[in-house]
Write a protein that binds this ligand. Structure first.
Ligand SMILES: *Cc1c(COP(=O)(O)O)cnc(C)c1O
Length: 353
């Protein structure tokens, strides 16, 4: 077996995905399954489809391409680059948009391919990432989508809590719905989708604060690692679907304090040390090139993480009864950024089980 390996437990993902799907449906919301954290792993995509998800979304076309042949609709959730417009029209049924020049490029690409591409027009929520800055520019974008060939104005949307920290709110979404109604009236069309946010909206939804017109959420983190708004663990969802296994390459008893003339660590940080005497510790062959070390939690609760560098993870074994030795495997559950890093690292073996 090759290490480090990331084991993806599809049964756990399936349970999380089904639970969220049921919760959304009970509130009149159709969730889109977001796959960017696992780079569009096809077995994960199939698991979401099996759990009921009809549309899967990702920020990268390379990831969508991996599961394009599965029976689902696809959504590009990062604003398209003009330079990728043709691939967007070929690979994605939907995309989120805020720029007139981009939808013009998408229109030309869709016409060329004899396809219809469905546009969700984004309005700024206060988070200050993607979205038309104000109501007028949203109207102008929707008008342009409506008049361009090869495009369908499928929805309006908002995104929260990705940059500025603006939380999903009834007020912001009510503003989006008001504009949708005005645009429908002005253009004489029906805009079927109101895409109201992400996993971060789950708390608002369960609290009854999601306006009834919101009928889509784009959900990833809650399915994959069981977290919602501000990375809070949501009760009932599991956080251990992604697990990293690494091999121990040194086992020793060493002091907790370094000695000699001390400088910075490998990443330029000056660390604070607490003297706890000599402890049982080991090195696992995994590091920042493979995973975000701050996102690891050992499955053995007696193991704690001391720190690490690009290729080494230092573990404190003083809290565990188990006798670890060189060559043994240690297992960790992995949080969101860790999963992303592991899935994008060429050093990590990925295995779906
Ligand atoms: C990543 C992303 C999502 C999904 O967010 P989660 O926190 O993983 O649920 C939704 N919408 C957009 C635009 C995104 O970039």
């Amino acid at each position: 077996m090759k290490y480090p390996r990331l084991e993806i437990h599809l049964d756990i993902l399936r349970r999380n995905a089904e639970k969220l799907y049921r919760a959304c449906r009970a509130d009149g919301v159709e969730p889109v399954g977001i796959t960017k954290v696992c780079c569009g792993e096809p077995a994960v995509a199939q698991t979401l489809i099996d759990a009921g998800y009809r549309t899967l979304g990702d920020s990268r076309l390379e990831n969508i391409e991996r599961y394009r042949s599965l029976s689902c609709e696809t959504m590009l959730i990062r604003l398209p680059m003009i330079s990728e417009a043709e691939r967007v029209a070929a690979l994605a049924d939907y995309s989120l948009n805020s720029e007139i020049t981009v939808v013009e490029a998408l229109s030309a690409a869709a016409v060329k391919m004899n396809r219809t591409h469905k546009v969700i027009a984004m309005l700024e929520s206060g988070d200050l990432r993607e979205g038309c800055a104000d109501e007028e520019s949203l109207h102008a974008l929707c008008r342009r989508v409506h008049e361009l060939p090869g495009l369908e104005l499928a929805g309006v949307g908002m995104n929260f809590i990705c940059y500025g920290g603006a939380q999903p709110s009834t007020e912001a979404l009510t503003r989006l719905i008001r504009e949708k109604n005005r645009i429908e009236h002005e253009l004489g069309v029906v805009i079927p989708i109101v895409s109201g946010g992400s996993s971060a909206n789950e708390r608002l939804m369960t609290a009854g604060g999601l306006p009834t017109e919101v009928n889509q959420l784009r959900t990833g983190a809650l399915i994959h690692v069981g977290i919602g708004l501000m990375d809070e663990k949501i009760p009932g969802y599991r956080d251990d679907a992604y697990r990293l296994k690494a091999e121990i390459i040194e086992c020793n008893v060493k002091p907790t304090m370094p000695w000699g003339k001390l400088g910075t660590d490998a990443f330029g940080h000056i660390n604070q040390w607490v003297d706890r005497g000599s402890i049982r510790r080991c090195i696992a062959a995994v590091g920042r090139a493979d995973v975000e070390l701050e996102c690891l939690e050992a499955m053995d609760p007696g193991i704690s993480i001391l720190g690490g560098s690009s290729d080494h993870l230092l573990l404190d074994l003083s809290g565990t009864e188990k006798e670890y030795k060189t060559g043994d495997i240690v297992e960790f559950k992995v949080g969101y950024v860790g999963v992303l890093r592991a899935c994008t690292s060429p050093y990590v073996e990925k295995v779906c089980i």
